[in-house]
Design a protein around this ligand. Structure first.
Ligand SMILES: Nc1nc2c(ncn2[C@@H]2O[C@H](COP(=O)(O)OP(=O)(O)OP(=O)(O)O)[C@@H](O)[C@H]2O)c(=O)[nH]1
Ligand SMILES: [Mg+2]
Length: 315
């Protein structure tokens, strides 16, 4: 971990202790195993991410928003919280993309040498996945998160281009579709009105091209809460955000499995919010994945109403 001693790490065990335990168990790792582990520590392409889906319960999380909405910072902020210890009810139980997590955290740390912590913009290209395995202190078993990140301009473009569904496989496969609402832009009177319209229009296109066919759980996340709370327009901004959540519920309730909302500050620059605020609750939501489908009336039948009640997926 950049800028910290190994002893600071709550998950650190001296290599000699681990090696002794491994040798006792008869599992001596080869040099090739070590190298493979290092190579795999980068972000996963979709096929590699899919290979992790069967291991144990897994949630695929798409994080969607225009450039600078705070997508990468949100993922980095979550990893930073785990470096300090358990987050809510979850312990860090490993990751195949540790190097990628460290990379996205670099800019946000003082050690990067930047005058103000900043994240590096994500490069153009298909979505790549971060993998995080969560353990539960209550012995409820492990759970895996596959969190997709991509350059925000690609998401912004969907409103004009109506993409083919396979271009946004992370949205098509998402258990939790996380739409970011940039707090800094919604606070600003000049962009206040366009932010909610962009969110609704993006969801509308996702729906029209079939990207909501799996009925993901929809989450709206207000980012940069520090900028919101530190502004004279803070209360008005929270009202705008709540209104957007209600609109999303009204428009898309039959196309998603539930709607929730969170307010976060992954990388605050001001005193209006704590670093990582809101992320533990969001993590719990991501880990829950897609709740069991609600029961709906699939078609009208005047004979027996009970026959027309089917889970969404069978309807
Ligand atoms: N004030 C404040 N700024 C934040 C917060 N989180 C992120 N930022 C800043 O927002 C800017 C954009 O953050 P990113 O996470 O790179 O945004 P992104 O959505 O990944 O952008 P692209 O990679 O271009 O799609 C950076 O300057 C961050 O430092 C926050 O909680 N508060
Ligand atoms: Mg990014």
């Amino acid at each position: 971990m950049e800028g910290r001693s190994l002893q600071d790490c709550p998950y650190y065990e001296a290599a000699s202790v681990v090696r002794e335990r491994v040798v006792d168990d008869g599992l001596v790792p080869s040099m090739e195993d070590d190298l493979e582990a290092i190579e795999e520590a980068v972000r996963l392409a979709s096929a590699d991410a899919a290979a992790h889906l069967g291991e144990f319960e897994a949630s695929v999380v798409a994080v969607v928003g225009p450039s600078a909405a705070g997508k990468t910072s949100l993922i980095a902020g979550l990893y930073e919280l785990f470096l300090r210890g358990p987050v809510g009810p979850f312990e860090f139980a490993g990751s195949k993309t540790l190097h990628a997590f460290e990379e996205i955290c670099h800019g946000a740390r003082l050690e990067s040498g930047l005058s103000e912590p900043d994240s590096e913009r994500t490069l153009s290209g298909p979505a790549k996945f971060f993998e995080l395995t969560l353990g539960s202190p209550c012995g409820l078993g492990k759970r895996k998160l596959l969190i997709a990140d991509r350059w925000g301009e690609d998401y912004k473009g969907v409103i004009d281009t109506h993409p083919r569904p396979e271009e946004f496989f992370e949205v098509a496969r998402a258990d939790v579709l996380t739409m970011l609402v940039d707090g800094q832009r919604i606070v600003n009177p000049r962009s206040r009105y366009e932010v909610p319209e962009e969110v609704i229009a993006t969801l509308q296109v996702f729906s029209e091209v079939g990207l909501l066919a799996r009925k993901p759980h929809l989450v709206l996340v207000l980012t940069k809460l520090d900028a919101v709370m530190g502004s004279a327009n803070g209360t008005r901004t929270l009202t705008d955000f709540n209104r957007l959540v209600t609109r999303a519920e009204d428009h898309f309730s039959t196309q998603v499995t539930g709607v929730s909302s969170y307010r976060t500050a992954a990388s605050p620059k001001g005193a209006g919010a704590m670093p990582g605020e809101g992320l533990p609750d969001l993590l719990e939501c991501w880990a829950r994945g897609r709740p069991s489908p609600a029961y709906v009336r699939a078609r009208y039948s005047s004979r027996r109403l009970i026959d027309a009640l089917l889970p969404y997926e069978e309807a």
